[in-house]
Design a binder for this molecule. Structure first.
Ligand code: ADP
Length: 368
């Protein structure tokens, strides 16, 4: 994922929160909520801390510091992404709706044989919308959404990472229904054969797998339709650009493995159109058609970069005069601007790179 655009960006801590749930988990928003002006941000913070402490007190055997860190990774008031914001990827969207969103919205229908999956992996080249899809899931499903970047789980202190993983699953269970989204999952689920694998990454991976298995076992032990089953609804959603480096045991636990490919020509056109829609431009239908051939191999984020760069065209041309030119005298963006930008903005995935993804998808991907 592009760090600036991913939920986690560079920080290990995501401070946004999803508040779609009709019964929101007992965690107050980290950002001041405008609804209740009589509650000062300080009061709110204290309230939030008190609620968190209460929850931690109710759970035995979890590390308080680790739990606090996990609480701060719950997505609060995210810059919401909706399905329509994501160009194309129709089969990925329906797959996510069926496997994740509907079961969370209608748990009564998804029982027994229709028991929802506990793990779903989104894999494909970088910049194709995996993080956006996860954010849309956060917006659309009534769940507590934990957004964890794998690097935030790896601590340099021995044993700390395992505590974080235990706290993560314990809190996810407590605040269920929950979705645990792990970006760059390959970095904690690397294959055992990797030379680089050291003792500490092996321990994180094992702890993660143990905690994850204990969830499914607990659910399997419950009778169909029992309340506990509903209480324990926790799904691990993960994204990776390096699916082949995931350990086999971990791979098997991701029952659904959804390929997120490069955008189809029609999708690129839709995305470009949408990006330019808010700017004045002179591009015609024919111009867009011409650009389709020129953007073959471009990912969603390449297209975004291309449009951003092209939008600078009219300003670049002005040089210093830009400072004195009234807004309505800036010329519209034209086809040549996009063509100029094509010189600099090249596809970030090579043809050979793409073949690797396609091969892996054929071997291990879920259909669709
Ligand atoms: P990934 O997680 O697959 O690496 P992201 O979801 O972080 O990719 O996408 C990076 C950026 O690229 C997004 O913020 C968005 O601007 C753009 N982008 C990628 N795919 C799409 C898409 N299908 N529709 C719209 N924008 C997209």
């Amino acid at each position: 994922a592009t760090p600036t655009n991913s939920i986690n960006s560079n920080s290990s801590v995501s401070r946004k929160r999803l508040v779609k749930s009709p019964t929101p988990p007992p965690v107050a928003p980290t950002e001041p909520a405008p609804k209740e002006p009589e509650v000062s941000p300080d009061d709110e913070k204290a309230l939030k801390e008190a609620l968190e402490d209460e929850i931690i007190d109710q759970m035995r055997g979890i590390d308080r510091t680790a739990a606090k860190q996990i609480f701060s990774e719950i997505v609060v008031h995210g810059d919401e992404v909706h399905w329509d914001d994501i160009a194309g990827l129709e089969s990925a969207k329906s797959s996510l709706k069926e496997a994740v969103v509907y079961p969370f919205l209608r748990p009564d229908l998804f029982r027994g044989l229709r028991e929802p999956v506990r793990g779903m992996l989104l894999f494909g080249p970088p910049g194709t919308g995996k993080t956006m899809l996860a954010r849309a899931v956060a917006t659309e499903s009534n769940s507590t959404f934990f957004s964890i970047s794998a690097s935030s789980l790896t601590s340099k202190y021995l044993g700390e990472s395992e505590k974080l993983v235990r706290a993560l699953f314990a809190i996810a269970k407590k605040l269920s229904p929950s979705i645990v989204f792990v970006d760059e999952i390959d970095s904690i689920m690397g294959s055992r054969n990797n030379d680089g694998e050291n003792e500490s990454s092996r321990r994180i991976k094992n702890e993660f797998l143990i905690q994850w298995s204990s969830l499914s076992n607990a659910a399997a032990g419950n009778k169909e339709g029992s309340e506990d089953e509903e209480d324990e609804r926790v799904l691990v959603l993960a994204a990776t650009n390096l699916p082949w480096s995931i350990d086999e045991a971990a791979r098997r636990r991701f029952v659904r493995r959804q390929y997120i490919p490069l955008p189809e020509p029609e999708t690129r056109k839709k995305q470009l159109n949408k990006l330019l829609a808010h700017q004045t431009h002179t591009l015609t239908e024919d111009d867009f058609e011409e650009l389709l051939a020129l953007t073959d191999g471009y990912s969603g984020s390449d297209i975004t970069s291309l449009a951003k760069d092209a939008a600078m065209g009219p300003l670049r041309e002005l040089g210093d005069k830009l400072l004195f030119t009234p807004r309505d005298q800036i010329r519209p963006i034209k086809l040549q601007d996009v063509k100029n930008s094509l010189e600099y903005i090249k596809p970030s995935v090579s043809k050979e790179g793409l073949t690797e993804y396609e091969d892996w998808a054929k071997k291990f991907g879920s259909s669709g």
